[in-house]
Write a new protein. Sequence first.
Length: 161
Amino acid sequence: MERAEPVERATPGPEMEIVHLLRAVAVDLGRHSTRFAQHNGMHPTDVRALIALMDAARAGETTTAGQLGAALGLNSAGTTALVDRLERAGHVRRVRDALDRRKVTIEVAEQAVALGWAHFGPLIDRAVDLLRGYDERELAAVRGFLTGMLKPVVPDLRAAP
């Protein structure tokens, strides 16, 4: 595996300024998410699970408990405890597949969506307002950058050699 040469740390430039801004945004979003979890008696993993489930639903995909656990890096017991906790709180529901009753998917309850919008809505609105000020070329650049940042840099240590 080839290693990229490290970015020159002593030479600040516009790229490093953007990297530092991205880090600041990530830290701020983490704090915002932590406040949401604490205020609603949730664990940070609960919030990550709800986000994963909503992202899947937005993509038109259903999610089983096994798929959710894999996405969050949880074992079977941890996933069951997570889903049980979210279900007891009324944030998710287990839904049996109409064609294969053995298959159970996890869906986010409207109550959880409303709760999330109440907390994260102003932040989302601010992001949308900022993005509306960009032209198509600028939006494509932002999209390309963020998509590139989502690609794994470090190999998955859980993967078989």
